[in-house]
Design a protein around this ligand. Structure first.
Ligand code: AMP
Length: 398
């Protein structure tokens, strides 16, 4: 793997600076989804069990280098205490004398939370001086924020050069699952890529056609490919100016031995609304005033058959306008199929990205997937084949 885990470090009595992602949604002071907090519990637990003293470093929102009360991490203390079952102390800066004193005074079994790293404008510039200030607080650095690893910031990249460094449990689980799915996967490998636009996922498609056996394209981006095949898609969401790019991707895929799977039938409505009247039509028969909002039943059968043949499925993006019933049908049914095959031990299934996770949760399939990434941007960049600076930094300094 090239990076160390908590098991490789001597943590006994040590102050362990842990970069976490606790950028959770808060509505009127209440945490509405604590998934990210739950997922970092093993790291905190294992550090404490090994005699280490965890000091949490994190960003919250986008304060743009200014102190903003509504973006203070102080408001998460009660939620963290409940989750960890330990006392969580807070200090209102992530560097400086007060933070150093609090870190020094931390007792075994306690956790220290530092204030939002992005209250310092230098954080997002990967400033080495800010990283040095943070590094003074600990003796070991542990990065458990895979979802922030695509950014080279002081608390994710520069700091890893200054202290003995390792991956936390969540980072380790993310990297191992992704490696299994795309690094050294069991073949055939199928990627499902859906969502709104081709333009936002061009690099992803380019990388995947080199690596996977089947590429199932769905959602709005499939419409752009239908246009490239010369079909009319009426009023559908499609990036018509990307049609040559889509044609190039299809040609490259063929040369690389990757089968691109587009919908052969589609669900068409006149309005972008829940329960809008709709009909199933062949993919080349969308009327001028129609809008393709989902893949049709024949397409779904084809996708399920490909899943049956596959040993690995990696998924980003919904197959249709999944927020609107019943245009979530293909996404739900395909997700449930992947979940059932995974449960039966026939498939490794990995999914990531905000919309994708919401769609898989809504279908009830998420629990049976092999792995659901907590990351959005980092998951995509990893699928695109990019080196994540936060991970690369762990490899440099073991
Ligand atoms: P993305 O953020 O690129 O993963 O795109 C997700 C968004 O694409 C969701 O809001 C979906 O509703 C939307 N979407 C997927 N398929 C369609 C479609 N056929 N027409 C319009 N929007 C779609």
């Amino acid at each position: 793997m090239g990076w160390k885990t908590l098991d490789d470090m001597d943590l006994n009595g040590k102050r362990v600076l842990v970069r976490v992602d606790i950028n959770v949604p808060i509505v009127e002071g209440v945490v509405t989804d604590s998934t990210r907090i739950r997922r970092l519990m093993p790291t905190v637990r294992d550090i404490i069990a090994a005699g280490g003293r965890p000091i949490l470093l994190a960003h919250f929102g986008r304060p743009g280098g200014e102190r903003r009360k509504n973006l203070s991490l102080n408001q998460l203390v009660p939620t963290l205490e409940r989750a960890f079952g330990t006392k969580v102390l807070f200090v209102d800066d992530c560097v400086g004398p007060a933070a150093e004193e609090a870190a020094e005074a931390l007792h075994p079994g306690e956790v220290l939370l530092l204030e939002n790293t992005r209250f310092h404008a230098e954080e997002t510039k990967n400033d080495p001086a800010l990283a040095a200030g943070m590094a003074r607080l600990g003796e070991v650095y542990c990065n458990d924020a895979f979802s922030a690893a695509h950014r080279a910031h002081s608390s994710t990249e520069a700091i890893a050069r200054l202290l003995p460094s390792c991956a936390g449990r969540l980072m380790q689980a993310e990297l191992e699952a992704l490696e299994k799915a795309l690094g050294k996967p069991q073949r055939p490998v199928t990627a499902v890529v859906g969502g709104a636009k081709v333009s936002t996922k061009l690099e992803l498609l380019g990388n995947l056609i080199e690596k996977v056996d089947y590429l199932v394209i769905g959602g709005g981006m499939a419409n752009t490919f239908l246009v490239a095949k010369g079909h009319s898609v009426g009023k559908s969401l499609a990036e018509r100016i990307m049609k040559d790019t889509a044609a190039e991707i299809m040609a490259k895929a063929e040369a690389a031995g990757c089968t691109i799977v587009l919908p052969s039938d589609v669900v068409v409505a006149k309005k972008f609304e829940s329960h809008a009247p709709h009909e199933v039509l062949p993919a080349d028969r969308c009327p001028e005033d129609g809008m393709i909002l989902d893949a049709g039943p024949e397409s779904l059968t084809a996708i399920k058959a490909i899943f049956e043949k596959s040993r690995t499925v990696i998924w980003n993006g919904p197959l249709g306008a999944f927020e609107l019933e019943p245009f979530d049908a293909a996404t739900n049914a395909a997700a449930l199929k992947a979940a059932a095959l995974t449960r039966a031990g026939k498939l490794v299934s990995v999914a990531g990205g905000g919309d994708t996770v919401a769609a898989l949760n809504a279908s009830g399939a998420a629990g049976d997937f092999t792995y659901i990434s907590t990351a959005g941007g980092a998951f995509l960049e990893w699928m695109e084949g990019k080196t994540l600076p936060g991970v690369a930094a762990l490899m440099r300094n073991g």
